[in-house]
Design a protein around this ligand. Structure first.
Ligand SMILES: [Zn+2]
Length: 140
């Protein structure tokens, strides 16, 4: 989870960076996916819409108003559209990654050995009432 989340977060960050400079468009017969100025979108072609050439197309970004919130169109509209600003999945992935790293760190610290509550010295073999030989803290 920590690596998955980190990978997705990095990927989204790169996608965001790319989308600020170029637009990316992947056309299929049913619709297209696009990456456009900090947002990812999915558009389903409506009836009578002429689909473009299937495959990738790329172009330089033009200055258009930025959308910070998800947008939906349909199902009443002749075409269906969803667009999500990249900061949303980016924050989600960052949270997942942060949570994963924190959990991994905790699991690493809690290795099942009896440890000093102060300096984490391994207390294995010490008398239960003995102070920590490392930092002299009393056992807790
Ligand atoms: Zn200690």
């Amino acid at each position: 989870m920590k690596w998955g989340g980190t990978a997705v977060a990095v990927l989204l960050l790169v996608a965001w960076g790319v989308s600020e400079v170029w637009w990316l468009h992947y056309e299929t017969r049913l619709g297209y996916v696009h990456l456009y100025r900090g947002e990812a979108g999915l558009v389903r072609h409506g009836p009578g819409t002429f689909p473009g050439v299937p495959g990738w197309s790329v172009g330089p970004q033009v200055q258009t108003p930025r959308r910070w919130w998800p947008a939906f169109r349909g199902p009443g509209a002749p075409w269906f559209q969803v667009s999500v600003p990249l900061w949303l999945p980016l924050s989600a992935a960052t949270l997942v990654a942060a949570f994963g790293w924190r959990r991994a760190r905790r699991a690493g610290l809690d290795d099942g050995e009896p440890r000093c509550g102060n300096c984490r010295y391994n207390r294995t073999g010490l008398a239960p009432g003995a102070n920590c030989p490392e930092c002299n803290a009393p056992p807790k």
